[in-house]
Design a protein around this ligand. Structure first.
Ligand SMILES: *Cc1c(COP(=O)(O)O)cnc(C)c1O
Length: 369
């Protein structure tokens, strides 16, 4: 369609090649289409418990103040995050979701002719925000579906400005251990900004999984991103952040819209940070659900990519798009990941025990009708 768009000649360089991000189908839309009321959505890696009680109460109280602009500097939230991570407040860049921070990084450091580097099967936002600013995407082949750091290193050039690494990665659930990731980051030339996207960090239980924020002093070109959309259950409010050298953050803040994080999100995020019980309960539920889904896959004779996140990417051994459609008719929204170069895989978010059971029953019925 965009080929025939008469306004395309007026658009900035990268826009012609852009494909909009495809979000999961909203629950209400599917329920309307099917005339049902109990559809389940396991498509966007949301926390099936939603936010915890502290965040819910804080958000409700903030509704009394909707007439005022939010604090444009996000002072209280940045203060809480700085304390949590043991960094100065000036190291924190707030975003309308961490997606916003990724976009700020692209707009600050990439321009036409320069390169951004990421892995095959990596998170879809990296190619999107690269293309949007007219920069060139270099894509390193994956190894066992995960990041191949040697292949990535081989693609670093004099034009590379941003290197993106999701740890763990979505949609493959793969992760990098401290030692190889640290060595890779340390070996990058000074003209590269390294982004370690830790959207799922709270879920990872592996002993040698690194908290990349520990390397910020030693690696001045590093930006670590985190989000309140996943384990904290605040996806609808859109709040995430970057942690970096304050001088890097200062550049990102030049590009940032003054009120990019709304007032409800700011107070709910601050409350969510204090709710260790909710995070622990969410991680426990995820662990049990992961066991339930992987066991279900084994019973169905299906392979899957071992995942440390809150989702499981299942190998159907056949094109996934028709199965995704058939599951929609059973009231289950999940995601085929053909756009990630995985046409036979289906990504399923870990839900509650009953949601997982319903998904497995539906999957069995559409695979063996
Ligand atoms: C979900 C996700 C994000 C960010 O989501 P926001 O809601 O924009 O914070 C970032 N990176 C990865 C890898 C994700 O899966």
């Amino acid at each position: 369609m965009s080929v025939h768009n008469p306004f395309l000649t007026l658009a900035a360089p990268g826009i012609g090649g852009l494909q909009p991000y495809q979000p999961g189908k909203p629950l209400a839309e599917l329920e309307r289409e099917l005339g049902i009321r109990d559809a389940i959505k396991l498509a966007s890696n949301e926390n099936p418990l939603g936010p915890g009680p502290l965040a819910r109460r804080a958000a409700a109280a903030a509704l009394e103040e909707l007439g005022r602009y939010p604090d444009g500097s996000g002072f209280a939230l940045r203060q809480a995050l700085a304390k949590r991570h043991g960094v100065p407040e000036a190291a924190i860049t707030l975003g309308n979701g961490s997606n916003d921070v990724l976009d700020l990084i692209a707009r600050t450091f990439l321009s036409p002719g320069q390169e951004s580097l990421f892995s095959e099967h990596a998170f879809a936002v990296y190619p999107l925000c690269t293309q949007a600013v007219g920069a060139v995407a270099r894509i390193a082949p994956a190894r066992h579906y995960g990041h191949d750091l040697e292949a990535m290193r081989a693609l670093v050039s004099a034009r590379t400005r941003v290197v993106w690494i999701a740890n763990p990665n979505n949609p493959t659930g793969t992760w990098l251990a401290a030692e190889p990731l640290h060595r890779f980051l340390k070996g990058l030339p000074d003209h590269c900004i390294a982004v370690v996207d830790e959207a799922y960090a709270e879920y990872v239980q592996e002993a040698d999984y690194p908290d990349a924020t520990a390397w910020l002093n030693e690696l001045p070109n590093l930006i670590v991103t985190r989000t309140f959309s996943k384990v904290h259950g605040l996806a609808a409010l859109r709040v995430g952040y970057g942690i970096s050298d304050p001088q890097l953050a200062e550049l990102l803040n030049r590009v940032r819209q003054p009120f990019n994080v709304n007032a409800v999100a700011q107070v709910a995020a601050r409350a969510a940070l204090e709710d260790a019980d909710h995070v622990a309960a969410s991680v426990r539920l995820n662990r049990a659900g992961m066991a339930q889904l992987t066991e279900g896959c084994r019973r169905l004779g299906l392979g899957y990519l071992p995942s440390v996140g809150n989702f499981l990417t299942i190998d159907l051994g056949q094109p996934a798009a028709p199965i995704e459609q058939a599951l929609l008719h059973k009231g289950c929204i999940v995601r085929s990941v053909a756009n990630y170069g995985l046409p036979q895989h289906l990504r399923v978010t870990i839900g509650t025990e009953s949601e997982n059971a319903r998904f497995l029953t539906a999957l069995a019925s559409v695979l063996q009708p």
